[in-house]
Design a protein around this ligand. Sequence first.
Ligand code: S3P
Length: 167
Amino acid sequence: MSNPCKNGIVLIGFMGAGKSTVAAELGHSCRLPVIDLDQEIERRSGRTIPEIFEHSGEEAFRQSETEALRGLLDQAPLILATGGGVTGRAENWPLLRRLGRVVYLRVSWETVLLRIGSGQGRPLARDRVRLQALFEQRLPLYEEADLVIDGEGGTPASIARDILRKL
Ligand code: S3P
């Protein structure tokens, strides 16, 4: 059987899907570096995500997201936890696919609400009506992943095992 870690793994999905926690588990199992794209953007810019949104706007954040993806290409293979909006730009898809097998962690709207709580640190989570519209609008984009995984049926460790078994 081929090694499911070999080409790296990129986790996509909405805010609160558990991308960062599952990525940490995958990093252990695969012995690959784990990168969180939001943290990478913060590191590169020296600003927090809310600061980028507030001072430069969403479009500037999206541009930083694409540039951070490009900047990671020479570090592949790796385990990458992306931000929930990374699938919105068509130009990001070939980058995501070069960084690893793209895995969608699927969770329900109810789970998103429970997990994001007050939305602290997530500028797009403040307005719940717009957030739900965004959730519904993005679902078909996430389905373009190489693999779709139930992101609420277990612990981060069991979800990571599920990914490795199915890849
Ligand atoms: C965003 C999700 C966030 C972060 C930014 C925008 C989005 O990441 O990238 O606030 O557009 O869904 P998480 O999915 O890790 O919360």
